[in-house]
Design a protein around this ligand. Structure first.
Ligand code: PLP
Length: 340
């Protein structure tokens, strides 16, 4: 069988032998009754890592984000985020559907907003306007091509939120990719956000699962909303075990994914079918094709060569490196790209 090089996302990984062993040997109980020791262990691990009070294991990052928005806002409130944010673009209109909240979009720099922009977009206390309640930052930014926030800017946004009585939520689906590059600790991150969502199923390689982390009262409310959303699960320790395994084994290797992404980027720079490569900061490669090549045609050509990627807007392609993308696959990919 020919080997498929799947770079559509860092969610396409298969659980490793070690991860499967951890899953099969997990001790489980009914987590809706709070009886699953493996889930408790994972949630406690997240609490310790981020120096927060409590955590909640959920089926997806969409759910952790949507629960956070639901707890932090009420209908008619407004949240502030970049226009390319996952919470706004890729969660099926969930902000309106689940929370009845309004959204103030900021045109940030590759997905990153500034404290100044936040301050400029907080509504005055006037009955005409929605009540500004929440800021959401995404780090790394997916549509920003895996761009990382500078920690000082996040800290400034955090201060702006505190001064204006707003909550600050982190969509950290790929937070560990960001921390790998910028060097802050999870504890540093815990200090500036009211709530944090991390995905175990992206670069960390677990098959399923995300964590929502925050204060005790926040998580108590979040647990109720998770049940309402249908996310209360029973002997879920079998998959939570994969999450603990991922946190223990798959963070320190993320720099390998970043290194491979950089090499792909360098190769693309020298390809005549490429117009522009976005700066590569982590494991996401986004590039634009020259005008005469159609996005869909290019993806088809890649596919004929057993390479999978995704379209990411007009003339734009995204490739994401991950732990199942090997050195050999990288070599094959480079040869193929150079042959076009
Ligand atoms: C993948 C992703 C999520 C969550 O996605 P799920 O597929 O629901 O787990 C949230 N935010 C960002 C930036 C993501 O890339």
């Amino acid at each position: 069988m020919t080997q498929i090089i799947d770079l559509r996302s860092d969610t396409v990984t298969q659980p490793s032998k070690g991860m499967l062993d951890a899953m099969f040997s997990a001790k489980v109980g009914d987590d809706v009754f709070g009886d699953d020791p493996t889930v408790i262990e994972l949630e406690e691990k997240a609490v310790t890592m981020f120096s927060k009070e409590a955590a909640l294991y959920c089926p997806s990052g969409t759910m952790t984000n949507q629960i956070a928005i639901k707890v932090h806002t009420k209908p008619g409130d407004e949240l502030i985020c970049d226009e390319s944010s996952h919470v706004y673009r890729y969660e099926g209109g969930g902000i309106g559907f689940n929370s009845g909240a309004s959204v103030r979009l900021i045109n940030g720099d590759r997905g990153r907003i500034t404290a100044q922009q936040v301050l400029e977009n907080i509504n005055p206390d006037d009955i005409h306007f929605p009540v500004s309640k929440l800021v959401v930052a995404e780090n790394t930014s997916n549509r920003g091509g895996g761009s990382c926030y500078e920690f000082v800017e996040l800290k400034k946004i955090s201060e702006a939120c505190k001064e204006n009585n707003l909550k600050f939520h982190l969509d950290g689906a790929r937070l560990f990719n960001a921390l790998t590059e910028t060097g802050e600790t999870t504890s540093d991150v815990g200090q500036i956000f009211d709530s944090i969502s991390i995905c175990l199923s992206k670069g960390l390689g677990a098959p399923i699962g995300s964590l929502l982390i925050g204060g005790a009262d926040f998580i108590k409310q979040a647990r109720r909303i998770r049940k309402v959303f249908g996310g209360g699960m029973r002997q879920v320790g079998y998959i939570a075990a994969a999450g603990t395994y991922a946190l223990e084994n798959n963070i320190s290797r993320l720099n390998e994914d970043h290194q491979k992404a950089k090499i792909i980027g360098q190769t693309l720079q020298s390809c005549n079918f490429v117009k522009e490569v976005l700066p590569i900061e982590t494991n996401i490669v986004v590039f634009k094709l020259i005008d005469i090549i159609k996005n869909t045609d290019f993806l088809e050509t890649l596919k004929e060569n057993n390479i999978l990627a995704v379209g990411f807007g007009p003339q734009t392609i995204r490739m994401v490196t991950h732990l199942d993308f090997t050195e050999n696959m990288l070599d094959d990919l480079i040869l193929t790209l150079k042959s076009f």
